[in-house]
Design a protein around this ligand. Structure first.
Ligand code: NAD
Ligand code: TYD
Length: 341
């Protein structure tokens, strides 16, 4: 099986590539990534350096490129596209929505159209629970919950979901949409709550908690999400939407307190700051359809997953240092130069 993965140098995409190459010996992957600030080739450096290299090819490019994307799809006879590439951070979307519309909406459209022309037999569009909007204290999002996005990020993702749906309904492109709750785990860029709080705690700096800190997210360990995308790719029904959740609702305050406790940092580092505009109060997922149709449930408990994640960050200080200093952006040039000598 030959798969085009987009955004494979980001947090979830790189975890997905690690998992798929390790568990599917007959699979090969082409990773198309623009290497925005969120893309880091070091996340896949061992794969590039190892035997798996023959099953892995990196293409530095933009999903919006109307020449490159169709050319790639013509050149490689892909059995599937797994589309992770996106601008993914809500706060950035509030500061400047334009890159979100460009990549998440127009980029997805470009991929869908190229996949249609090339008659790609499977297209997994990776989306988010944030398209459903915000919940009150009770209830869960199901796949039938109406879309009601509240941030430019979630509006751009909802728009891309609707385009994906339209390509199935109108052209019969075999698209599946997956929607997952908040991920955490190795390789997450430290602008998102968990790695940011770890970084601040380990450096003895104040951790910004927005508003009252009582917003709720349903946290899922990234490998569980990757296994859900894998299951959708291998066993999902074309045209279907699949929710994935972690069954682990926590307030932001609980998350930060857990990180402070596990790192042994000063509990007084919590700093309440002005709330995010349009801040969604609560996300929580029902995922019975994924369990019934795909045989999927999240495996990792929140406590184990958090302990594992914080250990990973502690053991990978060099990764965090490079991300913080910006050195990760030059990393691959140096790395290739070293390999060629
Ligand atoms: P990320 O920001 O860590 O990574 C995004 C990747 O996409 C980066 O490697 C970046 O270089 C690449 N990229 C961005 N614009 C591109 C473009 N125009 N062309 C090619 N590559 C481009 O994101 P993530 O957290 O790994 O999220 C991956 C996907 O999963 C996104 O679609 C996101 O909406 C979705 N998702 C994320 C979460 C979460 O908790 N992080 C939850 C549910 C769904
Ligand atoms: P984030 O990791 O940005 O994910 P999302 O906005 O996609 O859910 O934020 C998770 C929650 O943590 C969200 O309710 C916003 C909050 N938050 C803070 O309180 N402080 C922070 O510094 C960050 C980055 C997020």
């Amino acid at each position: 099986m030959q798969v085009l993965v987009t955004g494979g140098c980001g947090f979830i995409g790189s975890n997905f590539i690690h998992h798929m190459l390790a568990t599917h010996p007959d699979l090969s992957i082409v990773n198309l990534d623009k290497l925005t600030y969120a893309g880091n080739r070091r996340n896949l450096a061992e794969i590039e350096a190892s035997e798996s290299e023959r099953r892995y090819h990196f293409v530095h490019g933009d999903i919006c490129d109307q020449a490159l994307v169709p050319e790639l799809m013509r050149r490689f006879a892909f059995d599937a596209v797994v589309h992770f590439a996106a601008e993914s951070h809500v706060d950035r979307s509030i500061n400047d929505p334009f890159p979100f519309i460009t990549t998440n909406v127009l980029g997805t459209q470009n991929l869908l159209e190229a996949a249609r022309q090339a008659k790609i037999p499977r297209f997994v569009h990776v989306s988010t629970d944030e398209v459903y909007g915000s919940l009150g204290p009770e209830g869960l999002f199901t796949e039938d919950t109406p879309l009601a996005p509240n941030s430019p990020y979630s509006a751009s993702k909802a728009s891309s979901d609707l385009l994906a749906r339209a390509y199935f309904q109108t052209y019969g492109l075999p698209v599946l949409i997956t929607r997952c709750s908040n991920n955490y785990g190795p390789y997450q860029f430290p602008e998102k709550l968990i790695p940011l709080a770890y970084l601040k705690a380990s450096q003895g700096q104040a951790i910004p908690v927005y508003g009252d800190g009582l917003q709720v997210r349903d946290w899922i360990y990234v490998l569980d999400h990757c296994k859900g995308v894998e299951a959708a790719l291998l066993r999902g029904h074309a045209g279907a939407v699949y929710n994935f959740g972690g069954d682990a609702e926590r307030t932001n305050l609980e998350i930060v307190q857990t990180i402070l406790r596990l790192t042994g940092a000063n509990p007084e580092l919590i700093s309440f700051v002005t709330d995010r505009p349009g801040h969604d109060r609560r996300y929580a997922m029902a995922f019975e359809r994924s369990t019934r149709d795909l045989g999927w449930t999240p495996q990792q408990s929140f406590e184990q997953g958090m302990a594992q994640t914080l250990s990973w960050y502690a053991a990978n200080g060099a990764w965090l240092d490079e991300v913080q200093s910006g050195a990760y952006r030059q990393f691959m040039d140096t790395w290739y130069a070293t390999r060629q000598t």
